[in-house]
Design a protein around this ligand. Structure first.
Ligand SMILES: [Zn+2]
Ligand SMILES: [Zn+2]
Length: 261
């Protein structure tokens, strides 16, 4: 089992040490993990520093090892329509194994909180989120895997949490998936939505469609910010991906490695 999305105290919103997270992963029966700390930039600079310090990152992870566990080092970059240059600059910080591309800010607002939701129905918020996602995957070329597509479903300010129904946004979602396929990028099955909105981010039907459209790269991530969530629902995610793809990917040196399930 694998977990390619987790945050330690290196992230502004993480809590535990790299060693504690790695030990938790081993105890949970995982064979390979990747740390993916935040490099996020609030367009309006209201949220404080959301990007890790490279020296802190190195101090936490360089030389870290746990017997029987493969540990990769990555990052989660918060994509916006106008920060492609920033990502290129951040790639020089460290020889990352893996780069997740995420959408956390839309129209300059953190979609996790009320201001983004103020004037929108759930459908409109989902729609606007997916439109911004499409714009970002068109503009950005330098990430490996799109993280938590449909992230909007688990945000704090969501008035009635629900997994984003593929059927209600079919054309827009298809455009996103086609763009990922065209660029050779992957899709993450993020398990942090299971307890928050009743489904993986995104749900299995998105992966079926991704496969139909020619998508090949798929990863699994818990998005754990604490030890107790490391590897949560990884087994369930593996089961779903086994049926659809027959394998799951990890990354080393920015290259996908395919593991038969
Ligand atoms: Zn994220
Ligand atoms: Zn994350």
């Amino acid at each position: 089992m694998f977990d390619f999305h987790m945050h330690t105290r290196v992230s502004f919103d993480g809590h535990d040490t790299g060693l504690a997270m790695a030990v938790a992963a081993k105890n949970a029966g995982l064979q390979e993990i990747c740390f993916t700390d935040h490099l996020d930039y609030d367009p309006l600079e209201q949220m404080g520093v959301m990007a890790f310090d490279t020296d802190v990152y190195r101090a936490e992870y360089d030389g870290l090892s746990v017997e029987g566990l493969t540990i990769r080092r990555g990052m989660e970059f918060g994509m916006t329509a106008d920060n492609r240059e920033q990502l290129l600059k951040d790639l020089e910080r460290y020889p990352f194994d893996f780069v997740l591309g995420s959408i956390h800010f839309v129209d300059d607002l953190d979609v996790y909180f009320e201001p983004f939701w103020a004037d929108k129905s759930v459908f409109q918020a989902e729609r606007r989120y997916l439109e911004a996602t499409l714009e970002c995957v068109k503009i950005h070329d330098d990430f490996d895997v799109l993280a938590h597509l449909t992230y909007i479903a688990k945000t704090h300010a969501h008035p009635a949490p629900r997994a984003v129904p593929y059927g209600e946004h079919r054309e827009l979602v298809d455009e996103i998936l086609k763009e990922l396929v065209r660029k050779g990028k992957g899709l993450e099955m993020n398990s942090s939505g299971v307890d928050r909105c009743g489904g993986f981010l995104p749900t299995a039907d998105y992966f079926l469609r991704f496969r139909e459209l020619g998508g090949e790269i798929v990863t699994i991530g818990s998005d754990a910010h604490r030890c107790d969530r490391v590897g949560q629902y990884s087994k369930d995610a593996c089961q779903i991906l086994r049926e659809i793809f027959g394998y799951v990917c990890t990354f080393e040196g920015r290259k996908p490695v395919f593991h038969k399930l």
